[in-house]
Design a binder for this molecule. Sequence first.
Ligand code: NAD
Length: 281
Amino acid sequence: MILIDGKKEAANLREELRKEVSRLKTIYNKVPGLTVILIGDLTPSQIYVRNKEKSAKEVGLKSEVIKYPDSVDEKTILDKIDKLNKDETVSGILVQLPLPKHINKKKVIEAIIPEKDVDGFHPVNVGNLSSGYESSVPCTPLGCYLLIKKVEPNLSGKKAVVIGRSNLNGKPMTQLLLKENCTVTITHSKTKDLKGECLQGDIVVAAVGIPELVKGDWIKKNSIVIDVGINKTEKGIVGDVAFEEVSKIAKAITPVPGGVGPMTIACLLKNTIECFKRSQS
Ligand code: NAD
C-alpha cells in the first residue's frame, strides 16, 4: 500500500515553484504577487491566511495581506478589489472565505477579474475548466489531481467516483478527471447506492464532510483513495474515509492530516505563478 505523503509532495512542489520564481525574476526583473483579503477575526481563517503568507514568502512571491474588521461594508471590499485588479504588481487576488453575512459572496467572487482569480471560483474560470481551456483551477481539487497523477500518471479509461458536488471540491475535481479521460461518476447526498457506486471506482475522491463515511467494504482492491475531508471529532481530526479499514484494501491512500491539506496552499502559489506568466505573455 502506498501512503501518499502530501506533506512531502507539497514541499517538493514548493521547491519547484521557488526555482520557477527565481527564473521569472531573472527574465522579468519582478516576481509574482499574491494579495489576500481577510475580513473579520475567525480563527481558522486567520490561521489559513498566515500559512498562505508564510508559504508565499518561502517561494519568493511578493505577498500582502489586507485585513478588515467584520463590520466592513461591501462597497469598501469591492472598491479595494477594483484597485487590486488594476495594480500591475498584483498577479493574484484571494478573498478568504467565509465572508460575514452582509457581504455578498457571489458579488465578491465576480469582482475579481478572471486573470487574477487564483482560487478559480470566477464563473469564467469555471466555464474555461469545463470547456477544457486554460484556467485557474480551485486549489484543493488541483492538489488532489497532482497527488493522483503521482501514483498513476496515465488515468485514461479509469473509472473515477467523486463523492460530493460542491463548487469548491467535487465539481472541479470531476472536470479534472474528465480531462484525463476518466469515466467519472459524481455522487452526492441524494445518491441512492453510494457504496455500490464507490465499489466501481479505480479512483475514489471523498469531499463530503462526514467523518469516516467511506468504509473498507466500499472500496475495490487496488484503487486510489483521496480523502479531502477535514472533520473535528472526539478522537481528533479525521477524514471522510475510514483510514484503518480502507488502507488495507486500497493501492494508495492519502492520510488525514498530511494528505490533501498541505497540497492546497502549494497549489495556490502555483496558480499565482501561472497567472503572472499568462499576464506577461
Ligand atoms: P460542502 O458541504 O460544500 O459539500 C459537501 C458535499 O457532500 C455536498 O455536495 C453533498 O451533496 C455531499 N454529501 C453530503 N452528505 C452526503 C452523503 N451522506 N453521501 C454522499 N454525499 C454527501 O463541503 P466541501 O466544501 O466540498 O468540503 C468537503 C470536506 O472537505 C469538508 O470536510 C471540508 O472541511 C474539507 N475540505 C478540505 C480542504 C483541504 O484542503 N483538505 C479544503 C476544503 C474543504
